[in-house]
Write a protein that binds this ligand. Structure first.
Ligand SMILES: [Zn+2]
Length: 249
């Protein structure tokens, strides 16, 4: 491929392209780094934790319900046996001293057992209270989080829509500018842009605006001597250097 040539007018188009490419780059960077996206994934993690915690609490609560009814059934059974034993005593059905003593001691044991069981029932009720309020807290947080997530998602979508609109506009502009640049120059520009991010830069006051270095006198002389339709490159960064009246030549 021989040296690329283009009219100064066409070369100026490259600066427009570079501006549009920079704009597209900024938009892409903004889209990727949108704080709403990070915030939303943080909230999603928390929502997952809350869901797990709620499932665990619900499981514990249903276990507790089973334990509670078992304990209540046990208390009832003991109570019934005490009543039956008492009835036997009151009816005077037991007269032998040894049998009487054994019945009385059974009643005493049953009372102790009843006391123990009632304590268990109480403990279970306390645990239920704790779990109930835990469940309420988790549910409230989950509901708040749902609202928060919807709000952040709406902000994110609005930002995406705005960025996409600006991107579409810049892409259209870029396409129409690129259409006015000959294929060989455009290929060179794109090749440099892919390697360095910026394909063309203005030579302003003897300085390359791509790498921000001032050209030495010898390089400036070479550029001065180049025909206006010659496409020149920065010796430092190899970007296309576009000459304008501000180039200081
Ligand atoms: Zn340079």
């Amino acid at each position: 491929m021989g040296p690329v040539k283009a009219s100064p007018q066409t070369q100026l188009r490259l600066l427009e392209l570079a501006d549009l490419d920079a704009e597209l780059g900024r938009l892409d960077h903004r889209r990727r780094g949108l704080p709403e996206v990070t915030e939303l994934s943080r909230l999603e993690v928390r929502a997952g934790e809350l869901k797990d915690a709620l499932v665990a609490t619900e499981t514990e609560l249903s276990d507790l319900t089973r334990e509670q009814s078992r304990a209540e059934r046990d208390v009832d059974q003991v109570r019934t046996r005490i009543e039956r034993d008492r009835a036997r005593l009151d009816a005077g059905q037991v007269s032998a001293a040894r049998e009487l003593a054994s019945l009385q001691s059974e009643i005493e044991n049953l009372h102790r057992r009843q006391g123990d069981l009632e304590e268990v029932v109480l403990e279970l009720m306390e645990r239920r209270e704790t779990l109930d309020s835990q469940q309420d807290e988790l549910t409230t947080e989950r509901d708040n989080l749902g609202g928060q997530m919807a709000e952040v998602a709406a902000r994110r979508d609005a930002a995406f829509a705005e960025i996409d609109e600006q991107t579409a506009k810049a892409s259209d502009q870029r396409a129409s500018v690129a259409a006015e640049v000959p294929a060989d120059l455009l290929a060179l520009y794109d090749q440099i842009r892919k390697a360095k991010g910026v394909g063309a830069a203005m030579l302003r006051a003897g300085r390359c605006e791509g790498c921000h270095l001032s050209l030495n006198a010898a390089d400036l002389n070479v550029i001065r001597a180049s025909a206006p339709d010659e496409v020149v490159r920065c010796e430092e960064c190899r970007r296309i250097l576009v000459r304008t009246p501000e180039s200081g030549l």
